[in-house]
Design a protein. Structure first.
Length: 174
């Protein structure tokens, strides 16, 4: 339960943080004013007006009943969605490597399972699988771009730029 302003955070700068499921009469998860620092690469709701790389999807913790396990489920949009340049330690709260699959996760625990090296939030936005199978799929039509995190991210396919297997084909004639 939060205070009158900022149930999760008030003031300061937050990087690679989950600020979700908090309550307050003003600024349920965070409170921003002219003295507040930005929220960068955070999972929170609503979308902050100050900061970059934030997502608003629920973090998909393993257990929120009693808040006993705040590790990420395998389908969490927080996986690979953080910014590596904000990492200040080599291990997470469990003592596991802080960066797995090339990009840090948003939150205190790094997902240790196999999966994609692409941001799960990005994959989910386009309805793509997070099991790693989309990482190499359609390599002939997907370019990459390097974002602020320094990690190559795919450029989404468009109608005018599709790989050969996805382009519309003329009807077969008999």
């Amino acid at each position: 339960m939060g205070s009158a302003g900022g149930g999760g955070a008030r003031g300061g700068t937050l990087n690679n943080c989950v600020v979700y499921f908090n309550t307050a009469t003003n600024g349920a998860n965070f409170y921003q004013d002219e003295w507040s620092g930005p929220l960068n690469y955070c999972c929170t709701m609503p979308m902050p007006t100050n900061g970059v790389g934030n997502i608003t999807n629920e973090p998909a913790f393993v257990e929120t009943n009693g808040w006993s396990n705040l590790r990420l489920q395998s389908n969490s949009p927080c996986i690979n969605a953080g910014n590596n340049s904000c990492v200040t330690t080599s291990t997470d709260l469990d003592g596991n490597p802080r960066i797995v699959s090339g990009s840090v996760d948003i939150g205190a625990y790094e997902f240790q399972g196999p999966g994609s090296v692409i941001s799960y939030a990005w994959l989910q936005q386009f309805g793509l699988p997070t099991d790693g199978s989309a990482d190499l799929a359609h390599g002939d039509a997907m370019g990459t771009t390097t974002g602020r995190s320094g990690v190559a991210r795919p450029i989404p396919l468009t109608r005018s730029r599709r790989c050969a297997c996805c382009r519309p084909r003329p009807p077969a004639t008999t």
